[in-house]
Design a protein around this ligand. Structure first.
Ligand code: SAM
Length: 202
């Protein structure tokens, strides 16, 4: 843990509204957020490919988060930080219009209807994200789960976000994809990967 402690933000709410300054990034730099980053392949791959973009990755399972931070540390990345938190608390962590893009990769599907409120694309979560997603900002979702995907498309639309790039077979497209751990497992089992972009009005 000591080795990666510089990547783990212990009091994230103290950075509310000043994350770019925390990174030493220019004021107009892009700041992206991954929620439920798991073991970190996506955020580490993204941060390696885009050194000009700054990333914050959130994960509520400390052991999984540690693995993600170890990967970022091994890659020598300076443009990614990690937070051990639940998505529901992120309104305390990011300021109005602070985030350009949110990634929701293979979020837990919570299949029974009585658990739909736990889905990270439920209206209650979209309201939290809307507090810090800038106008014109995006939520990018990938999943293998048909029920979650259909629910999310409805949820984004009903919330007033515009849908783009909706695909039901991402791996059959020429999209320049960065895969996650879950994505590789599901694809290896022959499952189709769904993706969409939901855009907030300018
Ligand atoms: C199915 S895994 C997917 C992990 C990774 N994104 C991937 O695609 O390989 C979902 C992850 O989201 C995390 N998670 C679920 N709900 C969360 C919440 N409310 N806040 C933060 N993390 C959450 C879980 O702990 C888990 O690591």
């Amino acid at each position: 843990m000591e080795q990666v402690s510089g990547l783990n933000v212990q009091t994230p709410a103290a950075n509310k509204g000043s994350w770019r300054a925390v990174f030493g990034a220019p004021e107009d730099a892009q700041l992206h957020l991954e929620i439920g980053c798991g073991k970190g392949d996506f955020v580490v791959g993204s941060a390696s490919r885009h050194p000009e973009i700054f990333y914050v990755a959130v994960e509520r399972e400390p052991n999984v988060l540690l693995m993600a931070m170890e990967k970022a540390q091994a890659a020598g990345l300076r443009n990614v930080l990690f937070i051990d938190a639940d998505a529901a608390t992120l309104g305390d962590v990011f300021g109005k219009d602070e985030i350009d893009c949110i990634y929701l990769n293979f979020s837990d599907p919570w299949p029974p209807k009585k658990r739909h409120k736990r889905r990270l694309t439920h209206e209650n979560y979209l309201r939290v994200y809307d507090g810090f997603l800038k106008p014109g900002g995006e939520i990018q979702q990938k999943t293998d789960n048909t029920g979650l995907f259909e629910f999310s498309l409805c949820s984004f639309s009903q919330f007033g976000y515009t849908l783009y790039d909706v695909t039901f077979d991402l791996h059959a497209t020429d999209f320049d994809n960065i895969t996650t751990e879950y994505e590789r497992n599901f694809a290896a089992q022959g499952m189709k990967i769904y993706r969409c972009v939901a855009k907030k009005a300018k």
